[in-house]
Design a protein around this ligand. Structure first.
Ligand code: ZN
Length: 379
């Protein structure tokens, strides 16, 4: 495989290095708005919709609209309905207007980025994300579809929008082509933000290929990178991680957000090819991490859960990646409503072990045993 620029990924305050072309890059510090969100007191949300006032539409179709496509038909594109518990009697036409507004806002942002950068940028909009990109239309559509595949999976499993909280008007992902564009884009960002807003890892990120900026995460692909993995891989990972961060008000511990993002890669691609690493000598193997976790678990090689809880990226060993992903898969798939509860409890600042044990009404030891059995049964 060709050697590619690797990327550092920074978790909230630590520097992380990515090995090869295969990992992701996370980021610096929270924006003032995110910090404000963290400080908000927990509210008594509607139990059906979690306070979002919307729930998934049954049988929603994947929605990806490119700006060169025929005009959007919002009626077939809407993926949500009003919450039947707290939003009775609202006019569904409002939801169509909302989607149109989101798409219009995405188009305006796209034009703004074209002006700022001087690039021709394709636009792809999904229910949750705006993609501004130098990829081909075919690649952009594939990325949008991958993002939608995971969003619809979450909606189907949880019957909730709690784990897909971002909207295209407010969350844009920039996917560039070749390092020269990346370098030029970074100059544009430097004109838009102060050093502090760019994050403490901004300077070191110059040598890497993905940076999860709090407003506009950005990355680039190259002819070599897309030969080794489709451009859907990194985008799916970064978008999934952002969904959980927003859903928990940025309080998900590292194992949970890394495991959740890896789970997205697994659901979409059935192969894990993207991760965040600190030490390039401790890189996980590429492949089917569910199978890997099953092997670890049946061989008695899994780490006790509480030993994983406070591990940051710099502490992660290769086997921790597949274990974290399998833990997320188990927690989400075996008891979806409990997983939503876990997210709510973390958002409300409960410590992770207490949040887990109360959300699942089980001790940690019991959960570990259940996970072990679940892994054997899940094929
Ligand atoms: Zn509701």
């Amino acid at each position: 495989m060709a050697a590619l620029p690797s990327m550092p990924f920074l978790s909230p305050c630590r520097r992380a290095f990515l090995a090869g072309s295969l990992s992701a890059c996370i980021l610096p510090s929270l924006s003032p708005a995110q910090e404000e969100e963290r400080q908000k007191p927990a509210t008594n949300d509607c139990p059906r919709c979690g306070g979002l006032k919307r729930v998934p539409l049954k049988n929603a179709k994947p929605f990806v609209w490119l700006k060169d496509d025929p005009p959007l038909n919002v009626e077939t594109a809407v993926g949500v309905q009003f919450c039947p518990q707290c939003q009775m009697g609202n006019d569904p036409a409002q939801l169509l207007a909302e989607l149109q507004e989101q798409v219009d806002a995405a188009v305006a942002k796209n034009l703004e980025w074209e002006e700022r950068t001087g690039f021709k940028l394709l636009l792809a909009v999904t229910h949750n994300v705006t993609l501004h990109t130098q990829l081909t239309a075919e690649q952009a559509r594939a990325v949008g579809k991958a993002i939608e595949t995971f969003a619809l999976h979450l909606a189907r499993v949880t019957d909730s929008l709690l784990l897909t909280p971002t909207r295209p008007s407010r969350f844009g992902l920039m996917v560039l082509w070749e390092k020269s564009s990346w370098t030029q884009f970074r100059k544009v960002m430097e004109g838009l933000y102060t050093r502090e807003q760019l994050g403490e890892s901004w300077t070191s990120a110059a040598n890497y290929n993905s940076y999860d900026h709090f407003v506009t995460p950005h990355m680039y692909e190259t002819p070599e990178s897309v030969r080794t993995r489709p451009p859907t891989v990194g985008s799916t990972f970064i978008v999934a991680r952002r969904q959980l961060s927003v859903a928990t008000s940025w309080r998900a511990p590292f194992w949970l957000s890394e495991g959740f993002a890896a789970y997205a890669d697994y659901i979409v691609h059935k192969t894990n090819r993207w991760f965040t690493v600190y030490d390039p000598s401790r890189v996980p193997t590429i492949g089917d991490w569910m199978q890997e976790a099953r092997r670890q678990s049946s061989g008695g090689k899994s780490r006790p859960w509480n030993k994983l809880f406070d591990r940051e990226v710099r502490d992660f060993a290769p086997a921790d990646y597949s274990q974290a992903m399998a833990m997320v898969a188990f927690l989400l798939e075996s008891k979806p409503p409990d997983f939503l509860n876990l997210a709510r409890k973390l958002r409300a600042r409960q410590p992770q072990q207490a949040a887990l044990e109360s959300a699942y009404e089980a001790s940690l030891t019991e959960l570990e045993q259940r996970c072990k059995r679940w892994l054997v049964a899940r094929k």
